[in-house]
Design a protein around this ligand. Sequence first.
Ligand SMILES: NC(=O)c1ccc[n+]([C@@H]2O[C@H](COP(=O)([O-])OP(=O)(O)OC[C@H]3O[C@@H](n4cnc5c(N)ncnc54)[C@H](OP(=O)(O)O)[C@@H]3O)[C@@H](O)[C@H]2O)c1
Length: 347
Amino acid sequence: MASSKDLPPWNIPFFPNIFVKNQFCTKPERPPKTTDLTGKVAIITGSNTGLGFEAAKQMLELRLSHLIIAVRSSAKGEAAAAKLRAQFPKATIEVMLVDMSRYDSIQDFVLRVESQLSRLDIVILNAGLMKLTYNAVPDTGHEEIVQVNYLSTVLLAILLLPILKSKSPTGTPGRLTIINAALALTAPLPTPKGHKSLFEALDDPKLFPAYSDKQYNASKVLAHMWAYKLVDYVSADDVVVNLVCPGFVKGTQLSRDVSVFVKPVMALFAAAAARNVSDGASTYLDAALVKGKESHGSFIMSWKISPYNSFLYTPEGREAADKLWQETMEQLEFAGARGIIESMKKQ
Ligand SMILES: NC(=O)c1ccc[n+]([C@@H]2O[C@H](COP(=O)([O-])OP(=O)(O)OC[C@H]3O[C@@H](n4cnc5c(N)ncnc54)[C@H](OP(=O)(O)O)[C@@H]3O)[C@@H](O)[C@H]2O)c1
């Protein structure tokens, strides 16, 4: 199976057609019944609720030995852990705190992972948010959706790459799956106009697409661009990195900030069109456990490696990806991101 980079761009130009195909014309695929995660250690961010919690449950059903619930609230994390411990008493289930809106929290989390875990097989970066109003993160000044869904997620991914490489068993690559969204296919790749950088444009409150999901979609397309470049630096023999869309899923708290007036409309739409959380989370297991090295750097949707946002197949799109890569490395230089990525290239 070809990777997203090697596939031709989408031949379905109209996004609603992709949505209908994704939601109604695909059959959920579960990992083979023989899948056995005994001995393995996995981290799932944002696993106190929604898709992250369900993915944790499904991995424990496959006899995962050690789960790290990586969340920002100790109370919510412990409540989730208690439910899972009651159901899976043989597994080690621990809560580790990480606030994805704070770089110091992410760095501290990685130090704890490095020092406390002797083995790490699978990381699922699921924590994410959708907001319809502008909010700048106090610590970084970046707009919150771009901060959490892209910059912080990418920082955590980069910091965990060498740990996944060294702490996964010899001969078996570590696994890093980042949760994406089909809505990334609708977003134009961001190009700064009159701004010094992409992030300056994305952080500009005057350009914030209020009361729409456009900033969320942009935050997810940034990950397509990042993954497109990452494969030049990271070998699938060390860590297999992929992106996955769970589909439109009902029963999670993603639209918690939507206004009370819009909520009933969304609920009706979700009742008619959305997947249940169990089918949605099965895409995480498919990406992290079933798909192999062929999926490295790819975007997986409907349990299939799929093309990225179509703009990435144009010279302008590739130029934008180069620019984003450089700007991302500059933003994350304080944590030595460039050096870590370069070190992954060496044997
Ligand atoms: N549901 C869908 O239809 C859908 C479709 C496509 C993609 N996705 C993606 O799937 C992922 C999970 O979404 P979901 O639907 O399960 O939503 P959810 O129920 O709202 O879960 C989101 C998780 O992310 C955590 N989170 C948010 N901001 C955080 C921060 N600053 N630091 C640490 N954790 C943070 C939340 O923690 P708290 O509980 O503490 O807030 C929660 O655990 C997201 O990446 C989303 O973009 C969802």
